[in-house]
Design a protein around this ligand. Sequence first.
Ligand code: ADP
Ligand code: ZN
Length: 760
Amino acid sequence: MSATTPGAPDPRIIDITRRYWGYATLRPLQHEAMLAGIAARDSLVVLPTGGGKSLCYQVPPVAAQRTDVVVSPLISLMKDQVDGLRACGYPAVALHSQSSRGEQLEAQRAAVSGECRLLFVSPEKLLTPVGLNLVRQARVRAFAIDEAHCISHWGHDFRPEYRRLAELREHFPDASLHAYTATATPRVREDIVAQLRLRDPARLVGVFDRPNLVYRVVQRQGGMGQVLEVIRRHAGEAVIVYCITRRDTEELAAFLRGERIRAAHYHAGLEAEARRKTQDDFAAERLDVVVATVAFGMGIDRSNVRAVIHAAMPKSVEHYQQEAGRAGRDGLPAECVLLYSVADAIRWEGLIARSAAGTDDSEAMQVSLELLAHVRRYATRIECRHRLLSEYFGQSLPQPSCGACDVCLGEIPNAVDASVEAQKILSCVARVGERFGVGHVVDVLTGKLSPRVRSLGHDRLSTFAILKESDQKALTQRVYELLDQGLLSREGGEYPVLRLNAASWEVLRGQRAVRLVPQVSAAVRRAAVEEVAWEGVDQELFEALRRLRKQIAEERVVPPFVILNDATLRELARTRPGTLAAFGGIGGIGQRKTHDFGQRFVEAIVAHCRGRGLPTDAPAAPPPRPRSDDQPRRPPRTALVAFERFDEGATIEEVMAELGRTRTTVVQYLAHWISERRPPTIERWVRADVYDRVAAAVREVGDAFLGPVREHIVTGSGEEIAYDDIRLVITHLSATKQTASAPDGAPAPGQAPARSNGGV
Ligand code: ADP
Ligand code: ZN
C-alpha cells in the first residue's frame, strides 16, 4: 500500500471534482489513486463496481495539465464515457476501429493541440502505427488500463488483445501505467502486475462489500414465475436477468413480454446490429429488462439497474460478483437474486467435462470444478451472504448482521429435522443397488409404476412407495439437497448414479441428524438500506424530474444517466432547490450541467412546489445510512412534533403546512405513528373504500413492495391509488396484525410469522 496522505485531500483535486462533477468529497482510495496518477507512479487500483474508478484517472491529467490515455476494452463503454465527460464540459476524445475518418482526424487534432485531457483508445487500435504515432504526438506520459483483469487468464473475461499491452513498456519506457479493475482475487491482481510489468506500483485495494446490494438465494421452482415475481417488485425500473443458454434467454424474454414487460433477450449469437439496438434501448430507458447470457454486461453503463437476477447458477463466484455487481452502481439500493438448483451444478459439470474432453488440460478442468464448488457453497450455506462474498475475496466483514441479505433479514425458514425422510431416501438408494440415478430413485420412492420400475421388479422393494405422499419435484429437490450437503454421492460420467458414502451410513445408522430447510418461500422483507434511500424524497417530483431527464437526453442523443444519475435525481426530489445556485450545490452537478440545463430542472421543481403549496429548498438532511440492525433509527425532532399532532387528529396537509415538510416525509411520520400507536382505524387519513381495496390487493400479492400492490389495484379497478395510501394501509395492517405475510395470502390468525418492525 502506498503512503496515504493523512488529513484533508489536496484542494487542487477537490477544486477539479467540484467544477466538473459537483463532488465535494472523495470516496475511499480515490485520493490516493489520483495522487499516484498525478505523480506518474505506477499503480494497481482495485475498487468494487461503482467504487468510482473513472474519477481516479479523469482528475490527474487536469491537475497536471497533460493528456493521458485510457485503454478500454469496449467501444460502447468508451462512447458512454466520452459522452458523460463532454456533458460535464471535460475535454475527451475516443479512437477505435469504428471511428469515422472525420472522428479520427478530430481525435488527432485534439490530441496534438494538447487541449484534450483524456484520449480513450481500444487496445488493438493503440498498438497500430496510427495509434502509437498519435500517442507520441500527444506526448502522453501516463496510461490508465481500465478493466485490467482482461489481461489475465484467471479473470472472468480474458482478452488476447489485452496481453499485448505489455508492449507499452517498450514503446514508452518513461510513461507510468495505472491498472484499474473490480476483480478482487489476489491471483488476478498478481497476474496484472506481472503482465504489465508494473514498477513498484502503489497497490490500492478497496473494500469489496457493497452494502447497498440486497442479496437473496432462492431455490428454483419453475423459474419463470420466480423471475417475474422479482421483476414485479421493480415495476418500471431496470433489471438484468442472466441465463446459461441462448435459448433460455429467448424463451424467458418472450414470456416476460407476454406479461407486458418491456423485455428483450441478448446473447453472443445475435447480429452485432441487434445487440447494439438492445444495448441502446436499455441505456435510453426504452427497455426495462434484458435477459442475457454472460455476454451482456461490460458494455453496460446504466447505473440505475435496480435488480440482477440469476435465473440459473453462474459458474464461479467471480462471475457472480461481477454480474450481480452491475446492480446499483449509483450507490442506491438494488437487489441481487440467485435462483439456485443443483440441476445447474450438474449441468455445468457436464459442460466442463465436455469442453475438457477434446483437450488434455485436466488442470483447467480441475480449476473449473473448484470454482463451481464455491458457488454451490455460497448458494447452500445459511450464512450472511455479504459475509460469504467478502470472505471469498479475502476480506472480513465486521458487522454481525448485514441487514441486507435474506439470511440476516430472517427470510429463510428455520431448518427442520428431516432425518427420517433422509433415511428413507438413502435406504432406497441402497435397495436399488447404488446403480440408478435421481429420476429412478424418486420414481421408486413415490411409488410410480414406470415401465423401468416394473421390468426391474423394483415395485417389490421394501422402499417402494414409502414416500408416496411426496410430490415428485419436491422429492427430487430433497435428493439434490442431500447431495449438496455431502450426505449422498453421485458418480459416473454420462449417466451418473447415486452412491452412498461414509456420511450416508452415519445418517442410516442414526448417528447423524439431517436438517433441511422447508421449501416454502417466505415473504420478502425490505432492508433498511431500501427504506432509507427514499427517505424524504418526494416520489412524484422524482418521477417528474425523471421524465424531464429523459426528454433532455433524447434532445442531446445521449443516455439519460449521462444527464444526471438517479442518486442526484433523488437528492433533487428531496431538497427541491428553487434557484440555480441551490441546484448547482447538489452533489453530482458541476458547472457545465448547471449552465446547460439547470434552469429547466429548477423550473420543473418550482412548478411542482407551487402546484402543491410546498416551499422550495427543504433543508438538506444528510440521508442516514444504517448499516446493521443493531442501530435503531431515532425519530428526528420534527417527527415528535408530528406525532403529537397526529395524536390530536391533524390531517396530513395540516402537518405539512405546520412543519414545512413534503407529503412523502409527513406520510413517513404518519406511518411511524401508526406502527407505534396502533390505532384501531386510520379512516381519518385513508378513505375506508381505499383501505379495503388495498387490503384485498395485499392479500393477493403480498406487502413487501408497493409497486405490485398498486398495479394489482390499478388493473383491477382503473382508479389509481396513491403510493402514500398503500404505504399507510400496509403499515396499519401489519401493526394491527390483521394479515399474515404469507404469499399465498391465506390469513392465519394468531400465527402470523414474526415480522421485522412492520416493514415500512
Ligand atoms: P466504477 O468504474 O468503479 O464502477 P464509476 O467510476 O462508474 O465506478 O462511478 C460510479 C458512480 O459513482 C458514478 O455515478 C460516479 O459519478 C459516482 N462517483 C464517483 N466518485 C464520486 C464521489 N467522489 N462522490 C460522489 N459520487 C461519485
Ligand atoms: Zn447478511
